[in-house]
Design a protein around this ligand. Structure first.
Ligand SMILES: *Cc1c(COP(=O)(O)O)cnc(C)c1O
Length: 392
């Protein structure tokens, strides 16, 4: 199908929730993608921090194909080897005790929030169900997770929301006030992705951990975007010296297949029991086989390279005229720029570079195995676009 045909079908029949760029990708290798016209692009977005090994990674593909040749789905009424292996792997790497698998980030968070309420209900009875999130956060599109998303733009039209969910500024006094005596959990992203790749202050995170431990309020780290090697450690909370009670992740976990995970640590390992929660597709063997390949390969050496690439990109980006600030951690990069971030993303696309935006910032989250050549090619295009932007 040529591009116009695809576009016409989608415009006519697709739900109108996405404002798409005028391009359809048909293939790629690593951080280089190809569209319907054969034009190539350097990929600084990896499908929103999803394709951690880029397009068509051989080892990942083989792991997935091998499972596909065996069986594509089994019900969670039965045991499943890739799922069991992935649970063990995630626990071994993080110190978590148990894992629930979902299909997306929102569902992983939904599970975490439900578990937090049950934990508190069992221990303290009713009336201690409040969830505190941060202003500027993003936790998903289900009603519970969108309620917990601390950005008004996502709240239009959808009330009434889930009760007892509040957002507060990222300072400990505001958290204390918002929590009162009835909070069961606080949910944070150590690096807020959707609101502009903003890294939370380390002292705030440490004091939040202390606050939570003192009150037996669960600390939930949403690592949906910042997880799976993205920031240079397997999960970003590791860089803040904290021990969360629940960690959620998704996006990069499957290397491009839909899978989310909710990791339960010591306090919450026995909270959810048979019948409390579930999922038809959650822990699908093909997705889990992909995720096992991802997690096994994100070893210390690989993560060291991610940090080095992050440093390299940041140094180069800081030197570009029109870049006012570089934020985030590792290969999760936010850019404060001269000019409108959406316009910049559009111009980059025209010149063969994919970047994302997050509000007023440009967001760069390339495949973690991006090569130096691909980084340099992308940076050259970005430099040209910003030069033009700054001179007009
Ligand atoms: C993307 C994202 C989500 C939602 O994930 P979906 O897979 O789109 O449901 C939740 N939290 C964070 C931090 C995210 O970046």
């Amino acid at each position: 199908m040529d591009f116009e045909h695809i576009k016409n079908l989608d415009d006519a029949y697709g739900a109108e929730v996405f404002s798409r760029f005028p391009v359809a990708f048909v293939g790629g290798r690593g951080a280089t993608l190809t569209d319907t016209e054969g034009k190539e692009y350097i990929d600084f977005g990896s499908g929103i921090a999803v394709n951690v090994f880029g397009a068509c990674d051989e080892a990942w593909k083989n792991a997935v194909k091998e499972q596909l040749d065996k069986i594509q789905h089994v019900s969670n009424y039965y045991y499943c080897e890739p799922q069991a292996k992935l649970s063990e792997l995630l626990c071994a790497r993080t110190g978590a005790r148990r894992v629930f698998f979902a299909n997306s980030g929102a569902e992983a968070n939904e599970c975490a929030l439900k578990a937090a309420r049950k934990y508190s209900f069992e221990k303290y009875g009713a009336g201690r169900a409040k969830i505190v999130s941060l202003n500027g956060s993003f936790h998903g599109r289900t009603l519970f997770t969108v309620t917990a998303t601390g950005q008004e733009v996502f709240h239009k039209y959808f009330d009434p929301f889930v009760p007892e969910v509040v957002s507060a500024d990222a300072n400990i006094e505001a958290i204390r006030r918002a929590a009162g005596d009835t909070a069961c959990a606080v949910i944070i992203e150590c690096v807020q992705g959707e609101s502009g790749v903003k890294t939370l202050d380390k002292n705030f995170i440490k004091s939040l951990e202390t606050f939570c431990k003192e009150r037996d309020v669960l600390l939930i780290c949403d690592e949906v975007q910042s997880g799976n090697g993205r920031t240079g450690t397997l999960y970003s909370y590791e860089q803040f010296g904290i021990s969360p009670d629940i960690v959620t992740t998704a996006k990069g976990l499957g290397g491009g297949l839909p899978i989310g995970a909710c990791l339960f640590f010591r306090k919450t390992e026995h909270t959810l029991k048979a019948g409390d929660h579930g999922s038809t597709f959650g822990g699908n063997p093909v997705c889990c086989a992909g995720a096992v390949n991802v997690i096994e390969r994100l070893d210390e050496n690989f993560l060291l390279e991610v940090r080095a690439k992050g440093d390299y990109m940041r140094t180069k980006l800081r030197a570009i005229d029109g870049v006012k600030a570089v934020t985030g951690l590792g290969l999760m990069i936010g850019l404060e720029v001269n000019g409108n971030s959406k316009d910049i993303a559009k111009k980059c696309l025209e010149k063969g570079l994919l970047v994302l935006t997050a509000h007023e910032r440009v967001r760069i989250v390339p495949p973690l195995n991006i090569t130096k050549r691909e980084m340099d090619e992308g940076l050259t295009i970005f430099r040209e676009v910003l030069r033009h932007e700054t001179s007009t």
